[in-house]
Design a protein around this ligand. Structure first.
Ligand SMILES: [Zn+2]
Ligand SMILES: [Zn+2]
Length: 217
C-alpha cells in the first residue's frame, strides 16, 4: 500500500510522506514539526504545505528524532525555526559529520547546522515528552503525546519491526533495552519515521515487536 502525500492522524497531527528516501514528516499543531526529510524534495514539501493550508514561516520548532540525513536534511528550509535534537546526536549535526549523519549514504551534503536546544530524557516540548531510546543511534528519541497516547517513534520502531543497528552509534543491546521500556508504556498509535502508521493497539504491536527482537538476540 502506498502512502498518501499527507494525512491527518488527529486534529493536531498531520503526517507527510514525500518519497521512499525521505523520513515521514509530522506537523504538530501550527508551529512544530517532527523531522524534515532529506530536503531533496523541497518543492514538493512546499506545495504540500500550501495544500494543507500550513505555512513554512509559522514553524518555530523542529524536533529531530535523530541525526540521520533523511530526517534532518530539510531543516534548513524552515528559517524561523529552532532545531531541537538529543544531546548525544546534536554534536554530529553541528559538525556536519557526513558519515555519522549518513549524509554520504544518502548522497546528500551535510552542512554544519546549529542545534538550538539539546534534548534530554523527560523534556517536554509543546506537549511532546522526550523518551531517550538509543539503539538506532545513541541519541535517538521517541516523542510521547501522553494525553492522546501517541508515540512518534523515529527509526526506533516501524509498523513491521525495528530500525537497523549497524550504522555508526547503533547498538542491538541498547535497542532491546529501549523496546523493553517502550513496551511498558500506554500507547494507542505509533507514528514511525518511515512507512505506515500504526493506528490502533500500539501497545500490543510493540509487545509483539519486542518479543520478536528478544527472540532473535
Ligand atoms: Zn530514517
Ligand atoms: Zn535513521
Amino acid at each position: 500500500m502506498s502512502l498518501p502525500p499527507f494525512s491527518k492522524i488527529t486534529d493536531n497531527i498531520t503526517m507527510i510522506h514525500l518519497s521512499g528516501l525521505d523520513s515521514n514528516i509530522y506537523v504538530v499543531g501550527k508551529d512544530t514539526i517532527v523531522d524534515t526529510g532529506t530536503g531533496f524534495n523541497f518543492v514538493r514539501l512546499y506545495d504540500l504545505f500550501k495544500r494543507m493550508g500550513a505555512d513554512f514561516d509559522s514553524i518555530k520548532t523542529i524536533i529531530n528524532t535523530h541525526m540521520h540525513f533523511d530526517h534532518v536534511g530539510g531543516n534548513k528550509f524552515f528559517e524561523n525555526a529552532k532545531v531541537l535534537a538529543h544531546e548525544l546526536d546534536a554534536p554530529h549535526m553541528e559538525k556536519g559529520n557526513p558519515e555519522n549523519t549518513c549524509a554520504s549514504f544518502f548522497g546528500g551534503e551535510m552542512k554544519p547546522m546549529s542545534v538550538d536546544q539539546k534534548l534530554k530524557e523527560g523534556d517536554l516540548i509543546n506537549g511532546l515528552k522526550v523518551i531517550h531510546t538509543p539503539g538506532h543511534t545513541k541519541g535517538s528519541i521517541c516523542l510521547y503525546d501522553e494525553k492522546n497516547k501517541i508515540l512518534l517513534s523515529g527509526d526506533t520502531i516501524f509498523a513491521d519491526g525495528v530500525g537497523r543497528t549497524d550504522l555508526p552509534g547503533g547498538s542491538e543491546d541498547d535497542l532491546e533495552k529501549s523496546l523493553e521500556r517502550l513496551a511498558t508504556m500506554d500507547i494507542a498509535k505509533i507514528l514511525p519515521g518511515h512507512g505506515e502508521p500504526i493506528m490502533k493497539d500500539g501497545k500490543k504491536q510493540l509487545e509483539k515487536i519486542y518479543e520478536n527482537v528478544s527472540d532473535i538476540h
